[in-house]
Design a protein around this ligand. Structure first.
Ligand code: GLY
Ligand code: MN
Length: 357
């Protein structure tokens, strides 16, 4: 079944209903390979990519099942969309109200006309994206393997005196050499006291003996992301940071073992939170335990106190507890995991025990 079949079937699209998709992640998913600009038009019968000259050939190659409609100066995207709607007798157009700006929507409505009704899609494409197909899982395994191998490859390069920025460059080089097509997100490197910043931006701080260094990084392969975090020690860490590390490791391992289809997201999050609190770190784990990953680095559902969704087999989700102590440092350990009927499988395979360099 194609991605567009999955979506049109879920929505029970009637004869005169069309969808217009602007979100590039949804476009990539629904076309199963087109990563250029433009919009996708879908009915139960037809599928089209509306794009400009720069991308028409790429669209034809990447999405052979789609009609490719080229824009020009007199016929911009909205006009082309209006032509397709008229041709197909569309009376209801479903659009991504979560993605389109008010201006973009007004332009679209002005071109397509007032007689058509406009209905929000309510993130239906994102909903079908929650469960990964076997082909998507193959791709995500490759992305995860690159990060796991890049972690091992960068360890011998970590030295006292190098800056966080230099370490980022080494780590990203490793990922690209191992086959990353792009980065999944901006790499986080947080050394020493900077470790208390969960999303630290790497800077000119130099690495010192006794530092813990958190590296949070991901590769993209075939449009799909991986996401992993490891914290390593440069020389012997303090007893306090050793305790922080073992607490985070225990929380991570416990929650990963608890992942399975049928479990509730907030309950997995609470396992980590209760354990970390019980070890004397209440309030020092201030973010959610994890998030689904796919074409986007952050997808739903989330492992967080506010997410009451049920996990399903085929979801790919991170488990990433952390403890952050301002003025001292921090530790986060993150694996990307595949949810299965009776458990889970880490796609991230790098070792988790404390590495002391
Ligand atoms: N890896 C970055 C994040 O999950 O927020
Ligand atoms: Mn993450």
């Amino acid at each position: 079944m194609t991605a567009t079949d999955r979506l049109t079937e879920m929505l029970h699209l009637g004869m005169n209903t069309a969808l217009v998709i602007h979100d590039p992640s949804n476009i990539l998913y629904l076309t199963e390979g087109y990563a250029g600009e433009g919009m996708v038009y879908l009915t139960a019968e037809r599928k089209a990519i509306i794009t400009d000259f720069r991308y028409t050939e790429a669209a034809e190659k990447a999405a052979p099942g789609f009609e490719v409609v080229m824009t020009d100066t007199d016929h911009p995207h909205e006009k082309r969309l209006a032509e397709l709607c008229r041709r197909d007798g569309v009376t209801e157009l479903r659009f991504e109200s979560n993605y389109l700006s008010v201006d973009d929507f007004e332009n679209l409505r002005a071109a397509v006309g007032e007689e058509v009704s406009y209905v929000p899609l309510k993130k239906a494409p994102q909903t079908i994206r929650e469960i990964k197909t076997p082909a998507e899982i193959v791709t995500m395994r490759k992305a995860a393997a690159i990060t796991s191998e890049a972690f091992e490859a960068v360890l011998p390069k970590i030295r006292v005196g190098m800056t966080e920025l230099e370490l980022r460059l080494e780590l990203e080089n490793c990922m690209f050499r191992l086959g990353a097509e792009a980065l999944a997100f901006s790499t986080i490197i947080a050394s020493g006291v900077n470790g208390s910043l969960p999303h630290a931006v790497p800077g000119t701080r130099t690495l010192r003996r006794g530092d813990m260094i958190t590296m949070d990084f991901g590769a993209k392969v075939g449009g799909y992301c991986s996401d992993m975090t490891r914290t390593v020690a440069l020389g012997e860490p303090s007893p306090e940071m050793r305790k922080v590390y073992s607490t985070v490791l225990r929380a991570q391992t416990m929650c990963e073992a608890a992942l399975a289809a049928g479990k509730n997201c907030f309950e997995i999050d609470r396992l980590a939170r209760d354990y970390i609190d019980s070890q004397g770190y209440a309030g020092r784990f201030g973010h959610g335990l994890g998030h689904c990953v796919g074409i986007d680095i952050h997808e739903n559902p989330r492992l967080s106190p506010s997410c009451h969704d049920t996990l399903k087999a085929g979801m790919v989700i991170t488990v990433e507890p952390g403890i952050y102590l301002p003025g001292i440092g921090g530790v986060r350990i993150e694996n990307t995991c595949l949810v299965k009927e009776n458990g889970s499988e880490p796609l991230t395979t790098a070792r988790k025990e404390l590495v002391i360099l």
